[in-house]
Design a protein. Structure first.
Length: 188
């Protein structure tokens, strides 16, 4: 997975948007500034040289993976697009918050050779409070090879973990201890 810091994401000449001011959050809602941690039109473009580890042949066992041409896997494009959207969100994210993906659609339109340089552009198309939708485009030297959208929500991390993640780990722990129960039961 490529690594970079927020400074590596160049500002787009389109719109010239600066990051929104850090909002003040009360009860999970922004109460000052524009109300949106990121601005519509916020755009970044990032170049990445695809690596051998991005190859679809490494996606899993069996001929459905290993007999494919040596090209970049679709799941790599999704990961890169998510990574770049989340990096922009991180620039203005309130302390104690994190971004979680809430939806995505990426059309992988053509093969990408391993070793090729691609450019991924992410642009905030909608922003309302702690939710945002991003248009994403991936190009290689020949054409657009991926395009679509991704949605994210900013959540208060500790509260999200307590309400949504901890109960799932609790269920796994109970299951491992032999206390299995069906979905919808209270587990008692």
């Amino acid at each position: 997975m490529p690594s970079f810091d927020g400074a590596a994401l160049g500002r787009s000449a389109v719109g010239g948007c600066a990051p929104a001011a850090r909002p003040r959050i009360v009860d999970g809602r922004s109460v000052s500034g524009s109300g949106d941690p990121v601005r519509i039109g916020e755009t970044r473009s990032v170049r990445y040289v695809t690596q051998p580890g991005d190859c679809v042949r490494l996606g899993g066992p069996g001929p459905e993976w290993t007999d494919k041409p040596p090209v970049v896997a679709s799941y790599v494009l999704i990961r890169l697009c998510e990574q770049y959207c989340m990096a922009v969100l991180l620039e203005t994210m309130p302390r104690g918050y994190c971004s979680v993906g809430s939806g995505q659609r990426l059309n992988h339109r053509g093969p990408i050779a391993i070793g090729a340089e691609i450019e991924t552009t992410v642009r905030c198309a909608e922003a309302a409070g702690l939710r945002s939708r991003w248009d994403v485009t991936v190009r290689d030297a020949h054409s657009v090879v991926g395009e679509g959208w991704m949605t994210f929500a900013l959540v208060e991390k500790a509260g999200f973990e307590a309400r949504h993640v901890a109960p799932k780990y609790d269920m796994l722990t109970r299951s491992a201890a032999g206390n299995t129960y069906s979905a919808g039961s209270t587990g008692t």
